[in-house]
Design a binder for this molecule. Sequence first.
Ligand SMILES: NC(=O)c1ccc[n+]([C@@H]2O[C@H](COP(=O)([O-])OP(=O)(O)OC[C@H]3O[C@@H](n4cnc5c(N)ncnc54)[C@H](OP(=O)(O)O)[C@@H]3O)[C@@H](O)[C@H]2O)c1
Length: 279
Amino acid sequence: MEKPKPLIILPDGRNIPPTFLGTWNIRTPIQASMAIKAAITSGYGGIDTAACYENEDLIRRGITNSGIQRNQVFITSKLWNNAHGFNSALRAFEKSEKRLGSIDIFLIHWPGPVYSFLETWKALERLYDEKRVQVIGVSNFMMSQLDILLHKCRIKPMINQIECHLWYNDFMLLDYCRKHNIAVQAYSPLSAGTGLLRDKTLIEIAEKLDKTPAQLALRYLWQIGVYPVPKSSNPKRIAENNDFFDFEIPVNHMQKLISMNRLVRTNKDPLQWFDPEYR
Ligand SMILES: NC(=O)c1ccc[n+]([C@@H]2O[C@H](COP(=O)([O-])OP(=O)(O)OC[C@H]3O[C@@H](n4cnc5c(N)ncnc54)[C@H](OP(=O)(O)O)[C@@H]3O)[C@@H](O)[C@H]2O)c1
C-alpha cells in the first residue's frame, strides 16, 4: 500500500496526515465522540471545525470522551466573517481556542473585502509567530484574492480549503496553489449530499474497480493532488472514507471522471458572496 503523502510537514519534522474529518452539522456529544474516535482509529490526521459550526466545545468534549490524547489529533478551526480585522481576529481566535482547548491549524473562513482580509492575515501571522498555532491558511480564496495576499503577506498561507469534488473542479486554482506550494483541502468532497454518489458514471467505474462511489470520488481528488475533508457521523463510512490509498484509478477512467466536471458549486461563490451576519 502506498504511504500517503502528508498534508503538511511541520518545521519540527512531524507529519500532519492527509485526511481530515469534516464536522459541519455534527451537533450532539455522542455524535462527536463516536465520529472522532472512528476517525482517529481509521488514521485521519485531524478534525475540521469552525467557529460558525457552533460545535467547537463538542469537538473538545468528543476528544476527551473518546479517550484520545489531544496530541493524537490535529484540529483545524476557522475565523468567521464577523471577526475580520486585526484585533477582532485575535479575539475570535481566543474564543475558539477557549472552546477547543487548543488549535493547530487556523484558517480565514471566507475572504471578504481585501482591506479586511489583509488585516486579518496579520493577526494570523502574529499567532503563528507566537507559536499559538502550527499552521495558518485560508479558505474559499480564489486566485485574485490569493494574488493580493501573496504580494502583501510576510508568511505565506500554507493551506487553501476550497469546494472541490467531481462536479466542481477549478483546475486553474488548483494549478495556482500547486505553483505557490499551498496545500489544497477539498471541502464537500462528496458534494455535500447533493447526489454525486448516485452519479451513473461514478457508480459504473467504482464497480469496475471494486470500490465504493465515495472511495472513488475521494481517490480521484487524491490523484489530482487535493486533500479531502469528508464529513460523516457514521463510523463505518468514516473508515470507508479514509480507505482509498490502496488502489490507482487508471488513466482512461480518470479521463471519464474529469469530464464529469459541471462547474456548479454546492456552496457560495467567494467572489460574489460575503455576509458577515450569515451563519
Ligand atoms: N471551508 C468551508 O467554507 C467549508 C464549507 C463546507 C464544508 N466544509 C468542511 O468540509 C466538510 C465536508 O463537507 P460537507 O459536510 O459539506 O460534505 P461532504 O463531506 O461532501 O458530504 C457529507 C455528506 O455525505 C454523506 N456521506 C459521507 N460519507 C459517505 C459515504 N461513504 N457514503 C455515502 N454517504 C456518505 C454524509 O452523511 P452521513 O454523515 O450520514 O454519513 C453527509 O450527508 C464539512 O463537514 C466541513 O468540515 C468547509
